[in-house]
Design a protein around this ligand. Structure first.
Ligand SMILES: Cc1cc2nc3c(=O)[nH]c(=O)nc-3n(C[C@H](O)[C@H](O)[C@H](O)COP(=O)(O)O)c2cc1C
Length: 157
């Protein structure tokens, strides 16, 4: 988190908040996610199994950080603060790699779910912008194929 708070931040609003979830909080967040996934399953038993599985998977995570941003009523600052918080996320990911760890960044509608918010302990004026799971990588997957930078770069004289 020390690296995260060094992220560039216009106006130095320091909008980021980090919630490091323990096993019970992870289980509760996972349950909130599992409930959302189970809603898409017709079979009641399969739905219950989904809830249980996702909750237990989250309890078993080695480290789960909910990154939140303090809401600002000014839309310009709100956007800047979101960008700064995501740069903080990037700093966490890069620092983890430097330490021989790996991360999985996760987002999605669950971040605004009341049960998930309660599990993470965020305050009413904060919104979760990313979940960062950190751990020792079981393996390092090969990089996915990406276009090289020139494909996206236009030089304007
Ligand atoms: C802002 C953001 C949101 C992401 N959300 C999710 C997500 O909800 N679920 C997921 O499995 N991965 C998510 N990812 C991870 C990406 O899908 C991808 O695995 C990650 O950026 C690593 O890239 P790589 O697979 O090329 O190494 C997210 C990544 C970013 C940067």
């Amino acid at each position: 988190m020390a690296a995260a708070t060094l992220a560039p931040n216009h106006r130095l609003t320091q909008p980021w908040r980090f919630y490091v979830l323990g096993p019970e909080a992870r289980h509760a967040y996972g349950l909130a996610l599992g409930v959302r996934k189970a809603r898409k399953i017709e079979d009641a038993q399969a739905g219950a199994a989904m809830r249980e599985t996702v909750a237990e998977e989250h309890r078993a995570l080695p480290c789960m950080i909910a990154v939140a941003v303090v809401d600002n009523e000014n839309p310009e600052i709100r956007e800047e603060d979101y960008a700064a918080a995501m740069m903080a996320v990037q700093n966490i990911a890069l620092t983890a790699v430097e330490l021989g760890l790996g991360t999985h960044i996760k987002t999605g509608g669950v971040m605004g779910d009341a049960a998930a918010r309660a599990a993470a302990g965020v305050k009413d004026n904060e919104r979760i912008v990313a979940i960062v799971n950190v751990g020792e990588p079981a393996d390092v997957p090969p990089p996915k194929k990406r276009e090289s930078a020139p494909a996206f770069t236009t030089w304007i004289p």
